[in-house]
Design a binder for this molecule. Structure first.
Ligand code: RIB
Ligand code: CA
Length: 328
C-alpha cells in the first residue's frame, strides 16, 4: 500500500500540539536519518540540505536521498558544502561506517539531488516561508554560508535549532563535539548571528540513550521503515559500544533538535550565553557556556535544552516510525 507523501498525522499522536515548518540541514549519518523520520512525521518538512560531516558530501547526500526515498518523503534535497571553511574535513566512519549509513540493506537509489547550492536554497526557503525553522544536525558550514549570503537571514528565520556542542564535555576531544569542531568558524558565525537559537548539546542528547530493548520494540512494529530504523540503531549502538562505553547503547543526538520544535513539552530549557572557542590548543571547537546566570555574564544568545523526558520522547519516536509502517 502506497504511503501518503508525508504521513498524515492521526489524532492521538503523543504530545503533537504544533507542526513546525522546517528545513533540515544534515550529514546522514544514522541519527540524522532518524531525525528525517521524525521530521517527516511531525513537521512540515519543506526541504533538506546536506553537508560534509559524518561522511563525505557525496555520501551524506546519497544517504539523505536514500532515506527520503525509503520513507516516501517527496522533499527537495540540495547538496551543500563539501568541506569546512577553514578546518580540514573530518568524518566519523568509526561510528557510521564507510558508507555513512552502514547496517540496513538499502534499495537502489532512484532519486537525484534538486541542486548543489544549499546556502542559496536555505536563503530562498526563508523568504518563501515566513515561519521557517532551520534545523542543523551536522557541521554548520551551510548555515554560516547562508547567513553570509543573506545578512537578513537571522531575522527572517523563526529560529535555528542546532544539535551540537557540549556544555561540560566533548566527544571528539575532551572539550569539543563533532559538529562544532568540524567547522568552528562556521559555528562561531552562527552563534554570533543574533538568530533565535535552540541548542541540543551532548549534555542533553546523552540523556536519550537507546539500547537493545528500544530496538526490539521498534523492530516489532514490523515493515520496511521500522526494520530500517532498527538496523540503523543496531549498527550505531554497537559502534558506540566499541568506541566509547562498552555498553551497546547510543545517544540519539539529532532527533532531539527536531523534537525540540515538534514536541517542546518534552524538554526543559534555560537561557544561556555561549561562544565558540577558536584558538585553544586543547579547547578549539569548545562551546563555552556561561552557567553563572544572566546577571553575571553577557546577555544570553540561546535556549539551552537542559533536560529531556527520554521515556516520553521514545514513545514519540515510536509513533513517528509507526506512521510510515507500510514503507514507501
Ligand atoms: O556529535 C554528534 C553529532 O555529530 C551528530 O549530529 C552526529 O550525526 C554527528 O554529525
Ligand atoms: Ca549529524
Amino acid at each position: 500500500m502506497r504511503q501518503p507523501k508525508s504521513p498524515d498525522l492521526r489524532p492521538g499522536y503523543p504530545g503533537q500540539v504544533n507542526r513546525p515548518t522546517i528545513l533540515l540541514d544534515c550529514d546522514p549519518g544514522h541519527d540524522d536519518a532518524i531525525a528525517l523520520v521524525v521530521a517527516g512525521a511531525f513537521t512540515r518538512l519543506i526541504g533538506v540540505t546536506t553537508v560534509s560531516g559524518n561522511a563525505s558530501l557525496e555520501k551524506t547526500t546519497r544517504n539523505a536521498l536514500l532515506t527520503c526515498q525509503l520513507l516516501g518523503l517527496e522533499v527537495a534535497i540540495h547538496a551543500g558544502a563539501s568541506r569546512p571553511q577553514i578546518a580540514e574535513p573530518r568524518h566519523a566512519e568509526f561510528i557510521h561506517g564507510a558508507s555513512g549509513l552502514d547496517g540496513p540493506a538499502l534499495p537502489p537509489l532512484t532519486r537525484e539531488p534538486a541542486g548543489s547550492d544549499a546556502a542559496g536554497f536555505i536563503v530562498e526557503s526563508a523568504s518563501d516561508h515566513s515561519d521557517l525553522w532551520l534545523v542543523a544536525t551536522g557541521p554548520l558550514t551551510n548555515v554560516a554560508a547562508a547567513l553570509l549570503r543573506d545578512p537578513k537571514l537571522a531575522d527572517r528565520l523563526a529560529g535555528i535549532a542546532i544539535m551540537g556542542g557540549g556544555s561540560t564535555f566533548g566527544n571528539v576531544t575532551a572539550a569539543a563535539e563533532f559538529n562544532i569542531l568540524s567547522d568552528p568558524e562556521a559555528a562561531d558565525r552562527v552563534f554570533r548571528s543574533g538568530a533565535n537559537l535552540v541548542l541540543a548539546d551532548l549534555n542533553l542528547t546523552h540523556q536519550f540513550l537507546l539500547g537493545e530493548s528500544h530496538i526490539d520494540r521498534i523492530r516489532r512494529l514490523g515493515g520496511p521503515v521500522p526494520t530500517f530504523v532498527a538496523d540503523l540503531l543496531t549498527f550505531y549502538s554497537t559502534a558506540y559500544a566499541r568506541a566509547y562505553s562498552g555498553r551497546a547503547e547510543g545517544p540519539l543526538h539529532d532527533p532531539t533538535a527536531v523534537l525540540a520544535l515538534s514536541h517542546p513539552e518534552l524538554f526543559e530549557r534555560e537561557r544561556r550565553h555561549a561562544v565558540i572557542e577558536l584558538r585553544g590548543d586543547h579547547t578549539r571547537g569548545m562551546t563555552v557556556v556561561d552557567s553563572r546566570g544572566s546577571h553575571r555574564g553577557e546577555e544570553a544568545n540561546l535556549d539551552l535544552l537542559t533536560r529531556i523526558d527520554a521515556e516520553a520522547a521514545f514513545e514519540v519516536l515510536l509513533a513517528a516510525i509507526h506512521s510510515y509502517r507500510g514503507g514507501s
